[in-house]
Design a protein around this ligand. Structure first.
Ligand SMILES: *Cc1c(COP(=O)(O)O)cnc(C)c1O
Length: 383
């Protein structure tokens, strides 16, 4: 069998992996209880605590997509009939609300239009409007590229005695989290965005308060997500719960090592820098970002299409002529925007320049001429 083509992954995830992360996936297979593997697992858990900004004992890379992490939080922290306030200003807020409804939670959605930030005052009013068990906010809404300042949402949850849970799938390893300082009780992430590890792991963390709620949950928690059983394997006992995906955990360990070597502050600055470069390069191409810089995620930029450009043909041109993947719009933004992810190993200046040149060419292919040289120059100047 021939390997698939190389594609530069500049969409909403998965992101490209570094050579070191790729090599780690060919390390020898070990058993999930092998004495040579357990220190690697310890290192993954400690590295994740640092990224989440937490001392929570139950911090672990759950096997599964980011959505499995969401389901783990919902299964543990929601009992049927619980009032749960969810911020919804994009597809991932909608997904979270839907998951809570399926668990039997009574969802109160606090909505903003796609592309707009959530309103913390409206959120606080909704939380105060009834006995609230849990508040849920998406930190970096990947469907729009809006970054939420979590502090006022955490304060609203705390004032009401509710648990506060965060979806940080896209922000982990690309933006600071500081969850203990903020008072975040539980969070879930994914490895295929700014961690630049293949999809298939969902880092999750539970505070002692969240664990207490999980253990009193009157509704049975699915076996896979049971925090006692997870603590069995991911705690000091190292008792078998499920067979951990050893190869993905090697990749995560290699990625966490790279983050430590680069330095987390430098990594965040690198994400901000490439985001500035990309945004500066859009204007000479006649393009505008959907979200103003003040609310924008550094790792994902949503770009409005120029009038008359066919989204599918545009993205097919990027993929076929240039070997570049970008994302399309979701929900009400479908066909109207495209999404450029500069995440983890993909967040590099040369990728911004490649993307801008390819975007200019795809516009030309759609009979929409664009000044590529000016775009590259503007990007350079902003770096
Ligand atoms: C990608 C993403 C998810 C879902 O992750 P999967 O691995 O596809 O399940 C959830 N929330 C946000 C904010 C995301 O960007």
């Amino acid at each position: 069998m021939l390997p698939p083509p190389e594609v530069l992954l500049l969409g909403p995830g998965p992101s490209p992996s570094s050579p070191a992360v790729q090599r780690a996936q060919s390390w020898p297979q070990l058993g999930h209880l092998d004495p040579a593997f357990l220190p690697i697992l310890d290192g993954c858990q400690q590295g994740l605590r640092e990224l989440f900004g937490t001392a929570n004992a139950l911090t672990l890379p759950l096997a599964g997509a980011g959505t499995a992490g969401m389901e783990a939080l919902v299964a543990n922290l929601v009992a049927p009939g619980d009032r749960v306030v969810v911020g919804v200003h994009g597809v991932f807020g909608q997904r979270w609300a839907e998951s809570v409804r399926r668990r039997g939670g009574e969802v109160v959605e606090v909505r903003s239009d796609f592309g707009q930030p959530l309103d913390p005052t409206a959120f606080a009013a909704a939380v105060a409007g009834g006995p609230t068990a849990l508040c849920c906010v998406v930190h970096a809404e990947t469907s729009t590229g809006v970054l939420t300042d979590l502090a006022p949402f955490a304060a609203a949850a705390r004032a009401a005695g509710a648990l506060f849970a965060v979806d940080c799938v896209t922000s982990i390893a690309g933006a600071p989290l500081a969850f203990d300082a903020l008072g975040v009780d539980a969070a879930f992430a994914g490895t295929q965005k700014c961690l630049s590890v293949p999809p298939g792991l969902a880092p999750v963390t539970f505070s002692p308060r969240a664990l207490a709620k999980a253990r009193q949950n009157p509704a049975p928690v699915p076996f896979y997500f049971d925090t006692r059983l997870l603590t069995g394997y991911f705690g000091p006992d190292r008792a078998y719960h499920y067979t951990a995906p050893i190869t993905l955990l090697y990749a995560l360990a290699a990625s966490l090592h790279e983050i430590a070597v680069e330095g987390f502050a430098a990594r965040c600055e690198r994400h901000r820098r490439v985001s500035r470069m990309l945004r500066a390069g859009l204007a000479p191409l006649g393009l505008q970002p959907l979200v103003p810089a003040a609310h924008a995620t550094p790792m994902l930029t949503t770009v409005r299409h120029r009038d008359g450009v066919d989204d599918k043909a545009f993205r097919a041109c990027l993929r076929q002529r240039h070997g570049i993947e970008v994302g399309g719009g979701l929900g009400p933004l479908a066909g109207k925007v495209f999404r450029v992810g500069l995440m983890g190993h993909g967040a590099r200046p040369e990728n911004v320049l490649r993307a801008l040149a390819a975007i200019g060419d795809a516009l030309a292919a759609a009979c929409q001429p664009a000044d590529v040289a000016a775009a590259l120059q503007a990007a350079h100047a902003a770096g």
